[in-house]
Design a binder for this molecule. Structure first.
Ligand code: DX5
Ligand code: ZN
Length: 224
């Protein structure tokens, strides 16, 4: 796809006004709500769960992109499907049976994806390409917003882009390629040039509100 999808991470939103915040990013033209789930076990931080997903669901029409940073994953997947998640991604290290967890997500009617940490080799994708709707490359170590983009992600993006293109050329289903961590207005163009079609941005979006509290200016700057 040559259409860039933007997925603001609500990790950097004002949680006391979360309904307004997700309405504001949708009004500003974003494509997905990126929803970071952390369990203080797989990652050293604790965030939000299915109750919050269910609470924001009626406030937006766009898909909710749930990024699970939890271990294990199988017990929480059905709860997010029920809470209105549209895409569910998880880290392969956090599931004993990756193929089974991917199948479970699709059987529940959601799009499924794997998340690769900066040091996770792309070979984890090899035997499950048919079961992926999304591949998410972490460009920071997971756990916190506001970290710096790790430059080696660009080479990894080119590798995974080639893998996806070969898969599609051989008759496979489309797979979105998302990047998460440290995406800013000044590096997003090289990230897209390296092959990303979907970009998460947390602090870059929620740290730059318009005077009226909207996010039109930053969203346009990310697309420019
Ligand atoms: C990190 C999260 C990211 C993070 C992105 O573990 O998965 O989604 O919130 O935030 P920024 O864009 O500030 O790096
Ligand atoms: Zn994330």
């Amino acid at each position: 796809s040559n259409v860039l999808r933007l997925a603001p991470s609500i990790l950097s939103a004002d949680f006391a006004r979360l309904g307004e915040e997700v309405r504001a990013i949708e009004a500003a033209g974003c494509d997905l709500v990126h929803f970071d789930v952390m369990d203080n076990h797989y990652v050293p931080n604790l965030t939000i769960g299915p109750l919050v997903c269910e609470a924001i669901r009626p406030h937006v029409q766009i898909p909710i992109d749930v990024h699970l940073m939890v271990e294990p994953v199988d017990s929480i997947i059905p709860l997010f499907a029920k809470a209105g998640a549209n895409i569910i991604t998880f880290h392969p290290e956090a599931s004993k049976h990756v193929d089974r967890s991917l199948s479970m997500i699709r059987e529940l009617g959601c799009k499924a994806g794997l998340v690769l940490n900066p040091a996770t080799p792309v070979s984890v994708l090899d035997h499950v390409m048919d079961k992926l709707d999304m591949i998410l490359l972490m460009s920071v170590n997971p756990g916190f917003g506001g970290q710096k983009f790790i430059p080696s992600t660009l080479a990894k993006l080119r590798t995974v882009r080639a893998k996806i293109d070969a898969h599609v050329a051989a008759g496979g289903q489309p797979i979105w390629l998302e990047v998460d961590g440290g995406v800013k207005t000044d590096n997003i163009r090289e990230i897209v040039a390296a092959g990303a079609d979907t970009c998460v941005a947390g602090s870059a979006v929620f740290g730059a509100p318009d005077a009226d509290g909207g996010y039109h200016t930053v969203m346009q700057a990310l697309r420019r």
